[in-house]
Design a protein around this ligand. Structure first.
Ligand SMILES: [Zn+2]
Length: 490
């Protein structure tokens, strides 16, 4: 960062950014910072160059330097616009004022626009070689082609995106995996957040490890399928292959960027509030039957509802990869409705139940949501209890949690007909532990008439039927409850 503004005592220093000499007596900026985690020795920049490198700290340093100089008033204006635009970008996309974000684009001393390129993927995770190589072959991760000054921003996966600066917009994102490396979930999240911010289709910059000659076609196809999967549908990603980061691979990447940046238009920004956007996204994923992405989006919705403060604010540190800083009552209800739609998908059931349960608990007027959820809850319960869909019956045996969550949701909101699928499943059930699981679920529903029917059914079983033994404890509970109810009536 820029720590001080001063007059250059000699003409010996060169500018850290543009490498041109800084004249004796000129106003210059002192740069102190860390490079690769190590304290870098003090270096200097032209004042104009410093504005592009770090407007926020330059403005702060200028406030402590009170000498007049030629362009002081003009450059103070530029700085003020820049820092205001940067601050505006911290708001959710829908709440930004485009007027406050209007700034003149940053350019290098030769007039090339300065743009930023985000780098993420396994090749740019903490401590992997390409990130160190990038620091070795560039100064401050800056690279110039004949057309642009590229500022590479390494986006360690799982960490929030860097602050936006409209004077040097992000024009490209480069997803750089190692050939053959499995794409981790947090890398997928990073791509999703790029898509949510309407960044253009990322370039694939694939790194081959020493032993391999080139990534296989199916690996490249798999990566393209991943881009499709997170919503980068339609335009083809350009693929660059490299063994390591050096001057010529960077030149090749910059050439690909120079070309693709002009041809690829970024996807449209959705201007709705981000909570409504998340709800709409869940519904769209459910409609597409995109299970794993729907599950992830539901989890984000669940976290948002759980972590929103009373006034709806969500701390940026909690969901750094999501553009979601506020949850309105309308947004919460929309997430509840999205959860209802997701009840239709067996593999999203756990997340959908959890999100619906929580939104209902927090809603001020849950009735409309309960009404719209009734049929889907019963349908999910019936599916869950239907005879042997293999995964579900296995799941039911090993982990009755899902059944319990669904029945207690139905019970808490007095969903009519909630015990019927349970009674049918018990009557059709196998004589094994799944039968006791079902009976426990029915007991949890606390429905007197259903309990009476179950008791009659157990008593109607033939002597020696193994189900009599399996349900002995259930029968005792049913008897106790029936007696208590009779005593209450008397
Ligand atoms: Zn300079």
């Amino acid at each position: 960062m820029i720590t001080q503004i001063e007059r250059s005592p000699s003409g010996r220093a060169r500018c850290r950014r543009c490498n041109e000499p800084i004249a004796k007596g000129a106003v210059r900026a002192v740069f102190n910072g860390t490079v690769m985690g190590v304290e870098a020795s003090e270096s200097f920049l032209h004042f104009r160059c410093a504005i592009d490198v770090d407007a926020v700290s330059t403005e702060a340093a200028l406030a402590l330097f009170d000498e007049p100089f030629d362009e002081r008033a003009e450059l103070t204006d530029v700085l003020r616009q820049r820092t205001r635009a940067i601050a505006e970008c911290k708001k959710p996309v829908a709440e930004r004022d485009p007027e406050r974000m209007r700034v003149e684009g940053a350019r290098d001393p030769s007039g090339r626009p300065r743009v930023r390129v985000l780098l993420a993927g396994s090749a740019f995770s903490w401590g992997t070689l390409p990130s160190f190589e990038l620091d070795r072959v560039t100064k401050d991760r800056t690279f110039r082609s004949s057309k642009r000054e590229y500022q590479f921003v390494v986006q360690y996966t799982g960490i929030a995106d860097a602050d936006e600066d409209p004077s040097q917009p992000v024009i490209a994102a480069v997803f750089a995996p190692f050939a053959g490396a499995k794409v981790m979930n947090n890398q997928r999240l990073k791509l999703t957040s790029w898509r949510d911010r309407a960044l253009p289709t990322p370039l694939l910059w694939v790194f081959t490890r020493a032993a391999q000659t080139a990534p296989k076609d199916e690996q490249i196809q798999g990566l393209r399928a991943l881009l499709d999967d997170v919503g980068y549908v339609g335009d083809e990603a350009t693929v660059c292959v490299a063994r390591g980061v050096n001057g010529s691979t960077l030149a090749a990447l910059a050439a690909a960027l120079d070309e693709s940046v002009e041809t690829i238009t970024p996807p449209k920004v959705d201007a709705r509030p981000s909570d409504l956007k998340l709800a709409a996204k869940i519904e769209a994923l459910v409609a597409d039957r995109a299970e794993s992405n729907a599950r992830q989006a539901l989890t984000h919705g669940l976290l948002a509802v759980r972590l929103a403060k009373k006034n709806g604010a969500i701390a940026a540190s909690v969901l750094p990869h999501l553009d979601l800083r506020k949850l309105s009552p309308a947004g919460r209800d929309a997430l509840g409705r999205a959860a209802v739609s997701a009840l239709a998908m067996d593999n999203c059931l756990d997340e959908a139940i959890a999100l619906l349960t929580l939104t209902l608990a927090k809603s001020e007027d849950p009735e409309p949501l309960v009404a719209s959820a009734t049929a889907p809850i019963l349908a999910a319960l019936t599916r869950l209890l239907a005879k042997p869909s293999k995964t579900l019956s296995d799941h039911r045996l090993k982990d009755p949690k899902r059944l319990k969550a669904l029945t207690s949701l139905a019970c808490a909101h007095q969903i009519k007909g909630r015990t019927a699928p349970l009674l049918v499943a018990i009557a059709d059930g196998r004589a094994d532990r799944s039968l006791t699981t079902l009976a426990t679920a029915l007991l949890a529903a606390k429905a007197p008439r259903a309990e009476e029917r179950l008791l009659r059914w157990i008593d109607g079983l033939a002597e020696g039927d193994p189900r009599v033994t399996l349900l002995a404890a259930t029968r005792r509970t049913l008897m106790t409850r029936a007696k208590r109810r009779a005593a209450k009536r008397a």
